[in-house]
Design a protein. Sequence first.
Length: 243
Amino acid sequence: MNQNNCLAIILAAGKGTRMGEEIPKPLVSVYNKPIMSWIIDSFKASNTDIAIVINPKFESLFNQYKDVAKFIHQENQLGTGHAVMQASNIIQDYDYVFVFVGDSPFIKSEMISKMLSHHINDNNDVTILSAIFNDKIFPYARVIRDSNGQINKIVEEIDADNNEIQINELFGSHYLFKSKILFDYLSRLKENPKTGEIYFTDILNDLLADGKKLNSIIVDDWRRVVGLNTKEDIEWAESQKMI
């Protein structure tokens, strides 16, 4: 266990269908290295223990990480919330738990360290990364703030009303929790009645409804929080020369 008593859960059980590949999406290469390797390197440099949520039928494809990460099996792909639930038995072994998607390669160790220091110093229950997307809009959740600048809602693009959809502060699904808060609120997540999946982003509005402390670090360069879902996304990312 690391000196900061931190765990990073990386969600990597997705199929990568939109990539047109037979391998899981986080194993597709960007800058000649699997997308997920960039994230793992950042967490290793930040002295953070790592757990990767994978589909067990693809476990052999992840063997390159077996010496640096614990594998968590998600037998059935029932959403991101369901994926994090599979790690419930180890969450309580740590004080702080990051939850990152496995397709977002450009967050550096310095940002992870900044996220942790803000989280501890501000005594947040959860800290997220967001960014102002002025040049390009992705189908990400919008961060809704009140007149005092406090976050009071996170809304998925598909559920956003006409005003909310215009907001350009977007959330790229990078979280840091107090472990007890994460453990307690995981059990409250429910299946989406339309899809039957359990969405992890729902946990934020549950926390807000209970008056828990949620803050965001706004990343200066929005490109850093982008997830790569298609070959076109990878071509775009490599054209940005961020590595």
